[in-house]
Design a protein around this ligand. Structure first.
Ligand code: SF4
Length: 400
């Protein structure tokens, strides 16, 4: 287990859930902070230390590390970087970042890493069972804050009010997480605050699910503010929760263990699923009324929906990216699907290829694949505008 004595642990920004993760690490006595939001300067710095052949998220996180080291002493700095197995380069990020740091004269700066296969549990600060539970509950709460924001904001009467409520509730949640307190109370207060926002909801907008590579979809700069732009163009965004990934990883573990007849592992996975459900309930139940007509699909439904298009054991995010929109579609919950991916992303390319078959099977449902590499031009903008036009037509035809 990596020691962080005397160092600030920098957690990469991947949605505001990173702020909860940092608060939980602080509750364990670490000086944990979230890296600043990505900007064009971050990307330029990242490009200056990478070869250009890396995934876009690797370039951004490299640039972010350089920004931190430019402003902070290396002997007081450490970075967190997750890893995962599967058909993807993510598993090599931490080694790659280590090579960059060494090359640039920072060999002593630790990169604290942990894998999705142990639910990121081998990092000092997140490792105890209670902190693992707190981390999952915190991420689930932030997911719900985002969902509430996207459910209410398109209909708010007073511009800016939803974002203000969102910011206040996020701050409160981080304060409670830092004190090691349960977040159930925060969820109750947040749900009340969102429900109290005056709205004009006489006409429901068409719902557009945004899914795809987890880093890009959770970094507004990297996805060129696609979620906000869908809203500006008249849609209601259906947010893909981060906790979904953790639930899906555990479900895949159970299914794999069943196939290998490892009954002990199956039991471990099921107990874990039970604990996750128990932790999620207090931060989910208060939002039930607000989300009553927001489409949702659980990990199991997602997996089942993807199976006609790809094998269960493909690993990584691809199956989730195919299954989630299909599961949401099957209940008529969405009128459009947007897959955001980094240019050259391996699972993203698989999803894009498979989406051709899905569009053959469901020619009516608007589906858009948007690739980002940091050099966006007007092409993605006009494609998004044309897509939203289709979405509105589809919603009109189907009486949504
Ligand atoms: S999911 Fe795609 S972008 Fe992310 S690390 Fe894997 S290959 Fe790279």
């Amino acid at each position: 287990m990596a020691s962080l004595d005397g160092r600030t642990l920098w957690i990469p920004y991947m949605s505001d859930a990173s702020h909860i993760a940092a608060a939980i690490a602080r509750s364990a006595g670490h000086d944990a902070k979230v890296t600043p939001l990505t900007s064009s300067a971050t990307v330029a710095l990242g490009r200056s230390v990478t070869s250009g052949r890396e995934c876009y998220p690797a370039i951004i996180t490299s640039g972010s590390m350089m920004e931190i080291l430019r402003d902070n002493p290396p002997e007081r700095t450490a970075f967190f970087m997750g890893t995962a197995s599967g058909p993807c380069r993510f598993g090599q990020y931490c080694q790659y970042h280590g090579m960059i740091l060494k090359r640039l004269g920072y060999p002593g700066v630790p990169i604290v890493t942990s894998s999705s296969s142990d639910s990121y549990s081998s990092v000092d600060g997140f490792s105890s069972f209670n902190r693992q539970k707190a981390l999952y509950q915190g991420i689930s709460l932030v997911d719900n804050l985002y969902k509430a924001r996207f459910r209410v904001r398109p209909y708010e009467r007073n511009r800016g009010e939803t974002d203000r409520v969102y910011g206040q509730q996020l701050l409160k949640a981080c304060e409670r997480a830092e004190k090691g307190l349960s977040l159930g109370k925060c969820a109750q207060e947040a749900a009340r605050a969102f429900c109290a926002i005056p709205v004009d909801g006489s006409v429901r907008r068409p719902r557009v699910a945004v899914f795809g590579e987890i880093y890009i979809r959770n970094d507004p700069y990297a996805n060129d503010n696609t979620l906000d732009r869908i809203e500006e163009l008249g849609g209601e965004v259906v947010y893909s929760p981060i906790a979904e990934w953790m639930e899906f990883v555990n479900l895949s573990f159970i299914e794999k263990s069943k196939k290998l007849n490892r009954q002990g592992s199956v039991m471990t996975g099921k107990i874990k699923a039970g604990v996750m459900a128990m932790m999620k309930r207090p931060v989910e139940k208060p939002f039930e009324k607000l989300f009553a007509d927001t489409p949702h699909a659980g990990a199991e439904a997602i997996l089942r929906a993807a199976l006609p298009y790809m094998p269960e054991n493909i690993g990584g995010e691809a199956i989730l990216c195919i299954g989630a929109p299909l599961a949401l579609m099957s209940h008529g919950g969405i009128q459009g699907a947007v897959n955001v991916l980094p240019f050259g992303c391996l699972p993203g390319t698989v999803v894009t290829a498979v989406s051709r078959r899905i569009r053959r099977d469901r020619p009516d449902l608007p589906w858009l694949n948007l690739a980002f590499d940091g050099q966006e031009d007007t092409d993605n903008t006009s494609r998004l505008e044309a897509f939203m036009f289709q979405v509105k037509k589809y919603a009109d035809r189907n009486g949504d």
